[in-house]
Design a protein around this ligand. Structure first.
Ligand SMILES: Cc1ncc(COP(=O)(O)O)c(C=O)c1O
Length: 384
């Protein structure tokens, strides 16, 4: 079966090129090491550790794989329960289901679209082995409340911070609250290497085993450091480390963090300023950023008044060759979610938001003129 890719004058995303990607890839080739954990991987690890202040950062081949490592590190076993928001990407929970866990879906807050912390405690049972909040759009979950509940029950928190690198909650970086946190460097993210991720480790007890799990269950890294003579199979594991070519690309992006973040802030503020009045008039809700959160400027979304209004807007923008997209179908209503007992009405906020959310084109190469075209096209949408 073949699929046809439609080309839009203004696509939803274009991967970001920040400057030195080509030079750094050439340098990785010149270094003679393009497998994992070479010079550029070490520089990426150091960047994440120093910027965020985490005990250890490991690049991974994706955020999905960082979450799989978290599930292995927490020894998730068949019959364990893991609490996740119903409004998230499949990997947030699939990583744990792979180990045999049963997902327990919690609804989201209508303002930030993050896990609703007021609904969390009643879902905890003696089988609950992890809570996985997602900082949707890089706006922090209510971590004080979530950590207090998790702490009372002795349950580890793993942050799915796929969207949230360089966002903060009450002045503290997202990704530094849970014992573990997962980052994504997929091409839709603020910082990318095409496909990639990182596991951030805040509890140092997990560092040694994480290194082994990431290296196919062997102590290969210890051998490279001269701490052992021969490497051998000592634990579960898989191949979670990316090529140093990808790390070289990513390092160039990290170095351009101020530029990338300033561009993304400019794009976000332009949409917010130019759509505010229209949104008020048409019962459209723009993103809400609590005072105590500094967002990562990952995306710009709108909540339309209805599914029909959202579809009308997406169709209208298509006629202008602009691609806007929706996000996340409710996980509890997916084929897998239903198999685990999910039913319509379980998470009403998720169900409503999933019908109404639309994401606008958002990438740093989006010119001011093109962004103004997107806004003008929205303002002219006849069916809203
Ligand atoms: C919240 C969330 N978690 C995890 C992922 C998976 O990221 P990756 O593609 O790096 O595996 C995504 C993907 O966009 C996501 O939105």
């Amino acid at each position: 079966m073949s699929t046809v890719r439609v080309h839009y004058k203004i696509p939803f995303n274009r991967p970001c090129f920040a400057g030195n990607e080509r030079q750094y890839i050439a340098a990785a080739i010149a270094n003679g090491q393009i497998s994992g954990d070479g010079e550029f991987s070490r520089r990426c690890h150091a960047f994440l550790e120093h910027e965020l202040g985490v005990a250890k950062a490991f690049l991974t081949t994706s955020c999905t794989h960082a979450l799989e490592m978290a599930a292995l590190l927490l020894n998730i076993k068949p019959g364990d329960e893991v609490i996740v928001p119903a409004f998230t990407f499949v990997s947030t929970i699939n990583a744990f289901v792979l180990r045999g866990a049963r997902p327990v879906f919690v609804d989201i807050r209508p303002d930030t679209l993050n896990l609703d912390e007021t609904r969390l405690e009643r879902l905890i049972t003696p089988r609950t082995k992890a809570i996985v909040p997602v900082h949707y759009a890089g706006v922090g979950c209510e971590m004080d409340a979530i950590l207090a509940i998790a702490g009372r029950h002795g349950i580890p928190v793993v942050e799915d911070n796929a969207h949230g690198l360089l966002g903060r909650y009450k002045g503290r970086w997202l990704g530094t609250f849970g014992c573990l946190a997962a980052q994504s460097f997929h091409e839709t993210k603020n910082f990318t290497c095409g496909e990639g991720g990182a596991l951030l480790i805040n509890d140092p007890r997990y560092v040694e085993r994480a290194e082994i799990l990431r290296e196919k269950g062997t102590n290969r890294s210890q051998v490279f450091r001269g701490q052992a003579d021969k490497y051998s199979w000592i634990d579960l594991g898989s191949s979670y480390l990316p090529s140093d070519l990808l790390a070289a690309f990513l390092m160039a992006q990290f170095e351009a963090r101020d530029h990338i973040q300033a561009q993304r802030q400019r794009l976000w503020e332009f949409y917010a300023a130019h759509l505010r009045d229209w949104a008020l008039r048409h019962n459209v809700i723009l993103p809400s950023i609590p005072e105590h959160c500094e967002q990562s400027y990952h995306m710009f979304y709108m909540l339309m008044p209805s599914l029909a209004a959202r579809q009308a807007l997406i169709d209208h923008l298509k006629t202008r060759s602009i691609l806007a997209v929706f996000h996340y179908l409710p996980l509890h209503l997916s084929v897998m979610g239903c198999r685990f007992g999910g039913r319509a009405g379980d998470c009403p906020v998720t169900e409503s938001v999933s019908d109404r959310l639309v994401r606008l084109p958002f990438y740093i190469a989006l010119s001011s003129a093109d962004q103004a075209r997107v806004v003008a096209a929205i303002l002219e949408c006849p069916a809203i």
